[in-house]
Structure formats: structure tokens, C-alpha cells
Ligand binder design. Structure first.
Ligand SMILES: Cc1cc2nc3c(=O)[nH]c(=O)nc-3n(C[C@H](O)[C@H](O)[C@H](O)COP(=O)(O)OP(=O)(O)OC[C@H]3O[C@@H](n4cnc5c(N)ncnc54)[C@H](O)[C@@H]3O)c2cc1C
Length: 510
């Protein structure tokens, strides 16, 4: 009996699963997931990702079982597993979703494509997000995204006629056997579609009322934000089903619920950004390693300061807001957008650290690590895209704006609980008499800032702006905008061609 293979990747669900639906149209299927050791050895992989994956696979296994099928999870490199399977039990086609991953998964996909060609096996890849493979023209992108999310979601199949694996697979490797560090955040989100649906429902029906106004502070953000990112990254939910469920909820709300509606509209725009950023890596995989604007090559690469990096990773920069974020990340695997941006901006400007090692460290810290969003954001917050106005977040001002009473820093940095309110923003300046009075000492209980914030930020800005001002750097910006820039403001500009000089027209939000 011939059959097709459905290769589950970062699409761990049955609903709106185009690859599975198409394969079932051809007859019985072998549902397969590979745990690929070479991918788990990568600098961006972490135990929390592996455990979230296993939880999601367990959920998927049960969903498939309920429909009379079986999910086979096999440890091994994709080509090796396909080769063995084909030799023992030849299959006629391979189905999966497209994946915009890191360089390793891209190389793996090319190897699988060659293997398929060699064996004359068609490999049909369905679109996973509103990301277009082989996009020719960025101007068309927004319409393509609208078309993609507007198509009806595919229902989960009622029955899955299945094919067995022709060998007995041993137990899956533990995280340590894959070379992963044992530590993981104790309070991270758990994987699987069942939980993903609960999180989606609680957000749409209730928590999204706080979305507007609640997403910037690290105090309100953990409940005001959707918290769907990891479920999107692992594909427990499809992007399209989230967009469509949100649109339905928007329609159900009354005009009196205008604030709630605004929150949901803002949320949909984030889902658009999700794909907008992943498209950048899809169109130019090199941005995982190289500056998006090559004119910024050499900006920080040769000034690497290991002491700064170690202090950042240890949460000992001395700036309470930064150190508290590092602690929260270590314990939960999640931070809201603004705090992520502040962490990277602190790394990139006052600490003057190159985005690549910082990005690998953060990729392991973020449970929702999504290469396309991550590397684009790392570059954007470090000022190497060349097309964004550099945003430099001052950690003291962020504390003032988003944690004025010190609730957040005291939650994550126990020593800060003994610091009186007056000294919350700059505790290292506390007079010695007060340190004794409150039994909290600068240098032992509290870190002293490793660098003077104002002067180091000014020096960083000067270096960046000197480069930005160079004629070659300015003129090379146009090509980056053409390839990656959002067309939102460009559209407005096209309608009013005389409103601003060309250089300003290309200053885009993201
Ligand atoms: C340096 C840096 C690195 C980041 N790395 C990642 C990453 O690896 N994976 C990831 O999913 N997000 C990343 N983000 C974007 C953003 O911080 C997270 O998506 C968000 O905090 C996730 O929480 P949420 O699902 O509750 O967000 P919500 O605010 O509820 O947003 C809903 C969804 O929209 C998308 N989204 C939200 N904000 C952005 C954004 N600015 N850019 C692109 N997509 C967005 C995400 O898919 C998110 O799940 C990064 C941001 C920065 C500044």
C-alpha cells in the first residue's frame, strides 16, 4: 500500500493544517515528527523550547489518536529518517508546511528537497503564515497577507487513516542528551493546543480589554498581552485562526465597548507585524548573521566587551529595571515588547555590544523564539537596519514611566525591597548612612552600574550617527527599504507626493 508522509514541523495542530488536509485527500498518511539532533545543538536552542515542543507533541499525539491515527516521533536527521523509511516502506509524496527558520533548518530543507528530487518524490509545502516564499515585490505584500488570512480555516479531519512506522522507535532523547543546558524557567508557559485555546479564549473574551494601555508596563503586560507567541511559534494555533477569531469577536462587541475594540484592532496589527518581520528573514536569510544594511558592518563587531556581556546575562548591570527584566526572563521565559526592546537597546548602546551574541543568548531565553521576528528586532533595536530611526530606551526613564512605585523591580530583585522609595531609580547613589539604616549595601547587595549611562549612551549615539551621515550609507538605504520596508507610510506618501523630501519619506516605523 502506498501512502504519503505528513511531516509536522512548527505546525503542531490538526485544525487549519493544509498539509495534512491535502495529504489525506490522497489516502492514508504517516504522521511524522523528527527530533533533529543537529538543530538542537544550535546556539539558539534551549531546554525550554524542547520541553514545550514535547508537551505540544503529546497533545497532538492524543488529538490524532482520537481520530484513529498515530503520530510517530523519531529522533534523527530528516534526510536519514526519510531514507530509511523509503527503503523499508516506500511512500509516494511528502507534505509539510513551509518553514522560515534559522540557517540550519534552511540547509536541512534544501537537503530534503534534493533527496526528494533524487527519489522523484513530490514535496508539497503549504503556506504556514502570511509570509510569501519567492516574493518578487514588497509592494504586493500587504494584499497577499490579507488574502492569506482571509481564506477559510480548514477543519481538523474527522478520521486519520494511518500507516505504521516499519521499525520500533526507542524513547525520545532527554534534553541533556541533545546537549541542552538543564536549566529552564520554572514559571514558563506550557505547550499544547489545549492550553493554547484556553489562552486565546481568555484573551479574546476578557484580557484584551486591557490590551490598550496595558502592554507596555512589565507589571500589566503579562495578563494584558495575548501570551500567544509561543503557541504561534510552535504552530499549536494557526495565525489565520487567531486573526479570524479576533475579527469575529470584534464584530460581536457593541459600540459601547469601544476601548475593547481598539485593543483587539491593535492586536490584529501585531499579527500583521508577526508576518511582516518573518518575511524579512524569508526574503533575506543572511540577516541572521549579517547587518541588514551592510554599511553598518564594523560598527560594534570589533569592540566586544565580555565583562559587559557577562554583567548583562547575570542581571548585574546595576540598572534595576534591566536586571529585573533579566530575572523575569530567567524565571518565566517571557517579556513584553517594550522590555525586550529596552534590554537590547541597553546592550547595543551604553554597553556597546554586537547584536549577534546578544541575540543568541536572548533566543535561548525567549520561549517564543521565532527567528524571523527575533533577528529583525535585534537588528532594529541595535540600529543596524539603516531604515529605522534608532530608538534608545533609557532604563531609568523606563522605570520612571512603567514602574514608578518599584513594584516590578522589588518583585524580581529582593534586595530592592530594602531600598527606600526615594532611591528606587538610582539606588547606587544612596548615602552610606542610609545603606546601614536599611541594611542594604551598594556593591554587595546592589550592583553598581558597570558604566556611566549618560556618557556611554551619548558616545554610542555619536558613533552611530556619524556612520548614518556618510553619503554611501545614506544612499544604500534605498535598497534596504525596497526589500524590507513597511509600505504603510509609503502608500500615504504616494498619495501626497509633494509633502516631504525623499529622505524623510523613507523613514519607516519598522
Ligand atoms: C529584541 C526583540 C526580540 C523579539 N523576539 C521575538 C521572538 O523571538 N518571537 C516573537 O514571537 N516575538 C518576538 N518579539 C516581539 C514581541 O516582543 C513578542 O511577540 C511579544 O512580546 C509576545 O507576547 P504576546 O504574544 O503576548 O504579544 P501580543 O502583544 O499579544 O502580540 C500578539 C502577537 O503578535 C506578534 N507580535 C507582537 N509584537 C510584535 C512585534 N513587535 N514584532 C513582530 N511580531 C509581533 C507576536 O506573534 C505575538 O504573539 C521580539 C521583540 C524584540 C524587541
Amino acid at each position: 500500500m502506498s501512502y504519503s508522509v505528513v511531516w509536522f514541523k512548527r505546525d503542531l495542530r490538526l485544525s487549519d493544517h493544509a498539509a495534512l488536509t491535502q495529504a489525506l485527500g490522497q489516502g492514508p498518511v504517516l504522521c511524522l515528527y523528527h527530533v533533529e539532533p543537529s538543530l538542537w545543538r544550535s546556539a539558539d536552542a534551549a531546554t525550554q523550547h524542547y520541553h514545550f515542543l514535547l508537551e505540544s507533541l503529546r497533545d497532538l499525539y492524543l488529538e490524532i489518536k482520537r481520530r484513529g491515527g498515530v503520530l510517530h516521533v523519531v529522533a534523527g536527521e530528516a534526510v536519514d529518517v526519510f531514507d530509511k523509511l523509503y527503503a523499508l516502506k516506500p511512500f509516494h509524496s511528502l507534505y509539510s508546511h513551509q518553514e522560515t527558520g534559522n540557517a540550519l533548518s534552511y540547509t536541512r530543507d534544501r537537503a530534503v528537497a534534493s533527496w526528494c528530487r533524487l527519489h522523484a518524490i513530490p514535496w508539497r509545502q503549504s503556506q504556514q503564515f502570511g509570509v510569501t516564499r519567492g516574493l518578487k515585490d514588497r509592494d504586493l505584500w500587504k494584499d497577499l497577507w490579507d488574502q492569506y488570512v482571509g481564506q477559510p480555516c480548514l477543519p481538523a479531519p474527522a478520521v486519520i487513516p494511518w500507516v505504521d512506522l516499519p521499525w520500533r522507535e526507542p524513547a525520545l532523547p532527554k534534553a541533556a542528551a541533545l546537549g541542552l543546558d538543564v536549566a529552564e524557567p520554572s514559571q514558563r508557559q506550557r505547550g499544547g493546543r489545549t492550553l493554547a485555546l484556553e489562552v486565546l479564549n481568555s484573551f479574546l473574551n476578557d484580557r484584551s480589554q486591557q490590551y490598550r494601555g496595558g502592554i507596555s508596563s512589565p507589571l500589566s503586560a503579562p495578563t494584558a498581552c495575548s501570551r500567544l507567541s509561543a503557541y504561534l511559534t510552535f504552530g499549536c494555533l494557526s495565525l489565520r485562526e487567531i486573526v479570524q477569531a479576533t475579527s469575529l469577536q470584534l464584530k460581536a462587541l457593541s459600540p459601547a465597548q469601544a476601548w475593547h475594540k481598539k485593543g483587539l484592532t491593535a492586536f490584529i496589527s501585531r499579527l500583521y507585524w508577526h508576518c511582516h518581520f518573518i518575511q524579512k528573514l524569508e526574503s533575506e536569510p543572511e540577516i541572521e548573521f549579517q547587518n541588514m544594511h551592510r554599511g553598518y558592518d564594523g560598527l560594534r563587531e570589533n569592540d566586544w566587551n565580555p565583562a559587559h556581556f557577562e554583567a548583562l546575562k547575570a542581571g548585574q548591570t546595576g540598572w534595576p529595571m534591566v536586571d529585573a527584566c533579566v530575572e523575569m526572563l530567567r524565571e518565566t521565559g517571557w517579556l513584553n515588547f517594550r522590555m525586550r526592546a529596552m534590554l537590547v537597546s541597553t546592550a547595543a548602546y551604553p554597553l556597546w555590544l554586537d547584536w549577534r551574541p546578544v541575540g543568541h543568548w536572548l533566543a535561548r531565553q525567549f520561549l517564543d523564539y521565532e527567528p524571523g521576528i527575533h533577528w529583525s528586532q535585534l537588528q532594529m533595536q541595535s540600529g543596524t537596519t539603516g531604515i529605522n530611526i534608532p530608538r534608545i530606551y533609557n532604563p531609568i526613564k523606563q522605570a520612571q514611566d512603567h514602574d514608578p512605585n518599584g513594584v516590578f523591580v522589588r518583585r524580581w530583585l529582593p534586595a530592592m525591597r530594602r531600598v527606600p522609595d526615594t532611591w528606587l531609580l538610582e539606588p547606587w547613589k544612596m548615602p552610606h548612612s542610609l545603606q546601614t539604616q536599611h541594611n542594604v549595601y551598594v556593591g554587595t547587595d546592589l550592583s553598581v552600574p558597570i558604566i556611566e549611562l549618560e556618557a556611554s549612551t551619548r558616545a554610542a549615539k555619536e558613533k552611530l550617527y556619524a556612520l548614518r551621515a556618510q553619503t554611501e550609507v545614506r544612499s544604500a538605504k534605498r535598497a534596504v527599504v525596497q526589500k524590507h520596508g513597511s509600505r504603510k507610510r509609503m502608500t500615504t506618501v504616494k498619495q501626497k507626493p509633494v509633502s516631504a523630501p525623499a529622505s524623510q519619506q523613507q523613514t519607516l516605523d519598522f
